[in-house]
Design a protein. Sequence first.
Length: 163
Amino acid sequence: CILAAFSCNNETKPTAPGADSTKVDTTAAATPAAAPATTQLGTTDSTGLKERYWKLIELNGKPVKADSTFMKEPHVIFKQEKNEVHGNGGCNGFGGEYELKSPNRIKIERLVSTQMACPALDIENRFTKVLTTADNYYVNGDTLILNKARMAPLARFVAVVMK
């Protein structure tokens, strides 16, 4: 017999010490009463992955610095419904599909993006390539890491208030 308890509410919570508590809405997903199963590196399920705005902070071990030509910050969101993924590479928006396999396996495919003429596409091109190359992930608190096999992390993200 398995007993599970879930709590749904409309309260707001800050994302970091000193953060404005009115900026985060927790109604997007149910919060499990028990802590998720974890590994040494992070969660083994998708509870921390979905419905969060993941800001890209590192690509192939190098920090991502905002380019003055970026229209938006590079980010990705894994939607709960229909396993859709969408985001922005800095200039062009993108969307596609993802599939999660246990434990911590991910496949991102069928990415399509707008084709705006932007002066600096290096980060954007590397970002979308990393998304389709990654085959596993770890969520540890407010950090998401995408990897390929046992290589060094391809990309590192931090969860921020949805914009």
